[in-house]
Ligand binder design. Structure first.
Ligand code: ADP
Ligand code: MG
Length: 248
């Protein structure tokens, strides 16, 4: 069954056509990778799906719900969470607080900034946040200020922030960017484990090792256009894909 259906998305920045009539479908419960060279439009596409950018044309359906024109926090509220290319965490707060805020915002249908005021008063959410920290292996650092974490740990924290919202669909923009091979492998294991909960995942990735370890289906974007789609093993040998990566 389809959980996400994107049709006819176009997006230009001035004279630059960043997305050119993109159509995209994701089946529920799967891991679907979007790959493509730098500047292909991957992050732009993600931002169009989660309401950070308004596409010039096109529709985004999440099950029966039209996300077209919805604001990011509204999209978040219906069950879509995302991890950005640059981790977005609350640097001055502890790890536990970092997870409690999005969890509270989701449960109470609130802006994260409003949830911030109540963060120390909610035992249920605190327990949940602790659980999430254990899940990603950061439990012993719960009272540390988030800005002091390593890059890999920041990414893990951001993932825990997303998971605390019990998303149905999780969108990840290069979740292993800048990580060591060891941290990358840890993240792959973590993403596999959370797959067991039935969360559908769309992973934007340039690291082929990650794509082949995780994804059941791959969509290749180059210069704003989908140039290939299929199973990882088929995509790997596709001459169009090799050409796109080598710069044609
Ligand atoms: P990717 O994530 O695949 O590397 P992006 O979606 O970030 O690619 O960028 C696609 C193209 O759109 C690039 O040429 C980039 O320079 C351009 N672009 C992205 N965001 C903006 C913006 N806010 N304003 C102008 N150009 C942008
Ligand atoms: Mg990008």
């Amino acid at each position: 069954m389809e959980i996400l259906r994107v049709e006819g998305v176009n997006k230009s920045f001035g004279g630059l056509k960043a997305l050119n009539n993109v159509n995209f479908k994701v089946n529920e419960g799967t891991v679907h990778a979007i790959i493509g060279p730098n500047g292909a439009g991957k992050s732009t596409f993600l931002n169009c799906m989660i309401g950070r950018l308004a596409p010039d044309t096109g529709t985004v359906m999440f099950g029966d719900i039209s996300l077209t024109g919805m604001k990011p926090h509204e999209i978040n509220q219906v069950g879509v969470s995302r991890v950005f290319q640059t981790p977005e965490i609350f640097g001055e707060l502890t790890l536990l607080e970092n997870i409690m805020i999005p969890a509270l915002a989701k449960r109470d249908g609130d802006f994260a900034l409003h949830a911030f005021a109540r963060v120390d008063q909610d035992a249920e959410i605190r327990d949940k946040a602790m659980h999430m920290l254990e899940d990603v292996g950061l439990a012993e650092k719960r009272d540390i200020i988030a800005s002091s974490l390593s890059r890999g740990d920041k990414r893990r924290l951001e993932l825990a922030m997303c998971l605390s919202q019990d998303p149905k669909l999780l969108l990840l923009d290069e979740p292993t960017a800048g990580m060591s091979r060891a941290d990358t492998n840890n993240t792959i294991d973590l993403l596999k484990r959370i797959g067991d909960r039935g969360i559908t995942k769309v992973v934007i990735e340039h690291d082929m090792h990650v794509v082949f370890s995780l994804a059941e289906k791959v969509t290749v974007l180059a210069q704003g256009t989908i140039i290939a789609e299929g199973k990882p093993e088929d995509i790997k040998g596709d001459p169009r894909v090799q050409e796109a990566y080598l710069g044609g």
